[in-house]
Design a protein around this ligand. Sequence first.
Ligand code: GLN
Length: 488
Amino acid sequence: MSEIHYKTITELAAALEAGETSSVALTQAVIDRKEAMDGRVKAFLSSAPADALAQAQSSDARRAAGQSLGPLDGIPIGIKDTLAVQDQPLGCASKMLDGYVSPFDATCIAKLRAAGAVIWGRLNMDEFAMGSSTENSAFQTTANPWDLETIPGGSSGGSAAAVAAGEAIASLGTDTGGSIRQPAALCGVVGMKPTYGLISRYGLVAFASSLDQVGPFTRTVEDAALLMEAMLGKDPLDSTSIAPQGETGYAAALKTKRGPWKLGVPKEFFGDGIDPEVKANIEQAIEWYQGQGCEIVDISLPHSELAVPVYYIVATAEASSNLARFDGVRYTHRSEAAKDALTLFTKSRGEGFGDEVKRRIILGTYVLSSGYYDAYYLRAQKVRRLILGDFETAFEQVDAILTPTSPTPAFKRGERANDPLAMYLSDVYTISVNLAGLPAISVPSGFTESGLPIGLQVIGKAFGEADMFAVANAFEQGHDYARQTPNL
Ligand code: GLN
């Protein structure tokens, strides 16, 4: 665990401050690690080592000039291929955007740059963030560093695997229905999805705009808190972004918020479909909290079983509309076989999009079509409100909610690739959180007998990130899972 590529942001910030290492040395170590590992892990779609080293040099120069620097200064952070980074490819792991280079930075990237972070590489994902295994990438399948025969989860599988394998110190992903938390759980790292609106979506290629959020992958809860502090805030370029409410000094609050808390456990999350090892693991985690003096409250989220169907109506409806811009006319793939205006659209889209993306566009177009709109889309919106209501009722009684992050540990490659419904159920514990717009984090909570990581999900109140982090941090501090690394 002493290798530099497995250190935390907090440890590295201290080492940089003490002059024990430099950002160039650290960035080079991460580049070397990527060169050594990524032939097998395949987390990266592309990288620009010279550019990363130039950013690292600037960080070292700032430090040498005696500037007072924040904890992210000089730290290499990997980026999911759905976030715009100026002069880097922006492809969403799709043939549709192959070769496209972004002319601007997403707001979250601009904020990380302002904090001095080294923006490092493009990480693999399910095409347009649709999937739970990263097998829907048009280019490559990422392996789970804990067992290369299994998937890393998705859609931010590259972001999770890169941190788990030490190919980045931290990374960014996006979470529409679980795409940060589920791969974090399956890869044994921390993954966090903020309250809807807390981070600007400007420069995030939209999948389902009312659900999408950017968030961090890190080795520890404290590191996730630091990244969130750097990225949050109202942005004039995203009208759905919201000025933070309540406490936002998350990392400092970890030192003062020590519980004991009232923690809700929803009975609906421990029924059919959960793997017995996962269930036993999460029950143990709940007992641990109880042993620390927390009050465990049985709660009910009665509409939970409707979350997956509601999500696949709302998300596909929004996706069908958002993806209409990829038309072969402007910056996308353009079919050579097009003969006229109509075939330019149809052939370009037919060739550019993969099967899952097409399935979502067809589903979304159907639920929005006249005659079906009221029956599906409008009803789904009403149930979405009921799902939020369940959480509001629960949070009258408790400070945070504990659940498994994923019903199963990492599954084998190919196992669910031809069964979309089985794949959709991978997010059964994460999706309702997006529908309700709440923050949630997955922390490593142990391993299966065969050595695959398991994750505990802590769900917070809207803008209750400070408490959510504190509850997750307490668990992390009481265990040594965050210190464990795969045998690569
Ligand atoms: N797995 C879910 C889906 O396929 C969630 C994806 C996500 O959060 N981006 O839509």
